[in-house]
Design a protein around this ligand. Structure first.
Ligand code: NDP
Length: 295
C-alpha cells in the first residue's frame, strides 16, 4: 500500500478539544453553556445511535445537551410545535432534527421551520443560499469535515482538480461549493454521468458520496490523488453482524492514491466534530461575539 491513511479520529479529537476550550470561554463570558437540542422521531436504530453519540460528544465538549425523543407516530404539527418552542429558547444555540423522519412528516417543512441561526446541520435554504453566494453560513457538517481533512492534508487547494461523486443537498452539493470556495476546479458527478471512471481519473481530489459499497476502484484513480470516502455501507461479514465499508474500494485505491480516508475512522468522526463546531459558532454569533479562533 502506498497511500497515507488520513486519521479522521485524530483530526476530530483536535477539533473537539478546540470546541471545548471555546465552550469554556463562552461560559465565562456569557454565564451559560452553549446548548444543542437534538430531536429524534421514532426508533430507527442507526438514528438512535447517531443521536446518542452526538449528545455524548456535546457533553464532553462542555456544552449543554437537550435531547427530545418522540414516538414514530408523531404528527408533523407536533414536531413543528417542538421546533417552534426551541427556536426562541435562549439556552438552545443549535437545533438538530435527526433525519430520516417518518413518512407522515415532510422533512423539508421541518427544516424550513428551524431558525436559520440555530440550523447547525446547515440544511435550511437560507444557509444553503448563503453558502452558494459566498456569505458566512452554517455549513453541513459532513462536507465541512471533508474540507477540513483536505486542507490539513494538502494545504492550499487552489487550482486542484476536484471530482465530487454525488449531488445530494447534504453532502455532494455543499462539498462542491466548499471546494469552489477554496478555488479548486470542481466537477460534480452523479448517476447520469457518462464514463464515470474517466471523469474520476482527472481528479487530484476525489470525494465519494454515493452510498454504493466499494464502487470506486483503484484503476479510476490518478496516481497520488487524495481520496475522501464519505460512504457508509454495511455489507455481509464479521460473523453476521456485517462490516462497514465506504464507497471506495480501499484495497485497490490505496495502492494508487497519495492519501485516503478509511471507513470507519475517516469522515465519520469529523461529522460529529463539525456539529460541535457549528454549535459553538452559532452560540457566538447569537451572543454577538466574534467567531472562536481556529474553528
Ligand atoms: P444520496 O443517496 O442522497 O445521494 C447519493 C448520490 O450518489 C446521488 O447524487 C446519486 O446520483 C449518486 N449516485 C448514485 N449511484 C451512482 C452511480 N452508480 N454513479 C454515480 N453516482 C451515483 O446520499 P448522501 O449524499 O446522503 O450520502 C452518500 C453516502 O454518504 C451514503 O453512503 C451515506 O451513508 C454516507 N454519509 C456519510 C456521512 C458521514 O458522516 N460519514 C454523513 C452523510 C452521508 P443521482 O442524484 O443522479 O441520483
Amino acid at each position: 500500500m502506498s497511500a497515507a491513511v488520513i486519521d479522521g479520529r485524530a483530526a476530530a479529537a483536535e477539533v473537539r478539544a478546540k470546541v471545548a476550550t471555546a465552550a469554556a470561554a463562552f461560559q465565562t463570558k456569557t454565564g451559560r453553556q452553549p446548548g444543542l437540542a437534538t430531536v429524534l422521531v421514532g426508533e430507527d436504530p442507526a438514528s438512535a445511535v447517531y443521536v446518542r453519540s452526538k449528545g455524548k460528544a456535546t457533553g464532553e465538549a462542555g456544552m449543554a445537551s437537550f435531547s427530545h425523543t418522540l414516538p414514530a407516530s408523531t404528527a408533523e404539527g407536533e414536531l413543528l410545535d417542538l421546533v417552534a418552542a426551541l427556536n426562541p429558547d435562549d439556552a438552545v444555540d443549535g437545533i438538530l432534527v435527526q433525519l430520516p423522519l417518518p413518512p407522515q412528516i415532510d422533512a423539508a417543512r421541518v427544516i424550513a421551520a428551524i431558525d436559520p441561526a440555530k440550523d447547525v446541520d446547515g440544511f435550511h435554504a437560507l444557509n444553503a443560499g448563503r453558502l452558494a453566494t459566498g456569505l458566512d453560513a452554517l455549513v453541513p457538517c459532513t462536507p465541512l469535515g471533508c474540507l477540513h481533512l483536505l486542507k490539513a492534508q494538502l494545504g492550499d487547494l487552489a487550482g486542484l482538480e476536484a471530482v465530487v461523486v454525488g449531488r445530494s443537498n447534504i453532502v455532494g452539493k455543499p462539498m462542491a461549493l466548499l471546494l469552489i470556495g477554496a478555488s479548486a476546479t470542481v466537477t460534480i458527478a452523479h448517476s447520469r454521468t457518462r464514463d464515470l471512471p474517466e471523469v474520476v481519473r482527472r481528479a487530484d481530489i476525489v470525494v465519494a458520496a454515493v452510498g454504493r459499497a466499494e464502487m470506486i476502484k483503484g484503476d479510476w484513480i490518478k496516481p497520488g490523488a487524495t481520496v475522501i470516502d464519505v460512504g457508509i455501507n454495511r455489507v455481509p461479514g464479521d460473523g453476521g453482524k456485517g462490516r462497514l465499508v465506504g464507497d471506495v474500494e480501499f484495497a485497490s485505491v490505496s495502492e494508487v492514491a497519495g492519501a485516503i480516508t478509511p471507513v470507519p475512522g475517516g469522515v465519520g468522526p469529523m461529522t460529529i466534530a463539525m456539529l460541535l463546531r457549528n454549535t459553538i459558532v452559532a452560540a457566538h454569533r447569537r451572543a454577538g461575539l466574534t467567531d472562536p479562533e481556529g474553528l
